[in-house]
Design a protein around this ligand. Sequence first.
Ligand code: NAP
Length: 182
Amino acid sequence: MAAAAGVAGETSERGLRLLDVKAGDTLFVDGGAGGVGAVAVQMALARGAKVVASASEANHDYLRELGATPVGYGEGVAERVRAAAGGPVDAVFDVAGKTPVEELISLAPEPSQVVTIANYTAGQSGARVTGGGADSHPMEALALTADLLAQNKLVIKVQTFPFDRTAEAYRISQAGKLVLVP
Ligand SMILES: NC(=O)c1ccc[n+]([C@@H]2O[C@H](COP(=O)([O-])OP(=O)(O)OC[C@H]3O[C@@H](n4cnc5c(N)ncnc54)[C@H](OP(=O)(O)O)[C@@H]3O)[C@@H](O)[C@H]2O)c1
């Protein structure tokens, strides 16, 4: 569980800090129901931001439960985000790397207000790509993550398996993330 929280927490803190997401801002998280996305959504909400997030239909209730406004991803996503935001979008955090970056940039006040952790060619269009390294403030990020977890402002859903169900876990892991426990 700590591993899941650490990676997702550090990555989310980094993305939201680079985007300078503040109370009252509107943030779009593309891929908001995933391991990183769900943490980014909750961290942004804890800062007082309004959050629109994309997911498959099956995860829309989950996003609502977290406090975000869900939209479907895929073709036309930017239009759906505009409609859901009901006003300007201040920042876009791309945690899936699937939407054409130009579409994400069309939502933001400027290209650099799109930060991606998963589309490594997005920098050519003026978006910012982050993979950690110098951008990372791991100690602050882990402290923030622990604090939000302690306050129940952050809940991380993971499916766990005992080691004797490793084969089953491996099969399921082909379609998502999980944590093995002894
Ligand atoms: N650069 C970094 O520092 C860094 C750090 C950590 C992770 N990563 C990368 O970040 C990515 C996400 O990691 P993760 O652990 O959050 O993965 P994950 O748990 O598998 O989540 C991926 C999410 O993407 C969503 N998705 C699928 N197709 C999409 C589309 N066309 N448009 C928008 N969203 C879509 C899925 O939504 P549904 O489940 O609803 O279909 C899913 O929730 C991976 O590529 C990973 O390698 C980068």
